[in-house]
Design a protein around this ligand. Structure first.
Ligand SMILES: [Zn+2]
Length: 115
């Protein structure tokens, strides 16, 4: 794992979870926090978030898994032969990923068509 890879993967994770929470959990109380991304004991970036408690747990869990990924280079979690996620977290995460992926895909399409 390189620091660039960790940083970009953390940013994607953060963006997807934030977007999912914004769109899906607007009636749930939010809490502010900061995800400090560490590489070799050094903080390489800080990602502020404003999400509900459930999403915060998921974000911190996923970040923890990402940071401790034993594989090098890290494969996409979807393609990993031996996923380290617990089943319930995996389910939540795949929901978030497909939802936000679709949202971002749609925005791209919209930009292409309605510029
Ligand atoms: Zn949420």
């Amino acid at each position: 794992m390189t620091s660039e890879k960790l940083q970009s993967d953390s940013q994607t994770l953060h963006r997807f979870i934030q977007l999912h929470c914004d769109k899906k959990h607007h009636d749930v109380p939010k809490k502010k926090g900061v995800l400090a991304v560490h590489f070799k004991e050094k903080c390489i970036c800080e990602l502020p978030y404003d999400i509900c408690e459930e999403c915060e747990i998921l974000l911190l869990y996923a970040y923890d898994r990402l940071q401790n990924c034993p594989r090098n280079p890290k494969p996409s979690c979807r393609k990993c032969p031996n996923p380290c996620y617990e089943k319930s977290m995996w389910k939540k995460m795949s929901k978030v990923m497909s939802f936000s992926g679709m949202q971002l895909g749609l925005t791209k399409v919209r930009k292409l068509f309605f510029k």
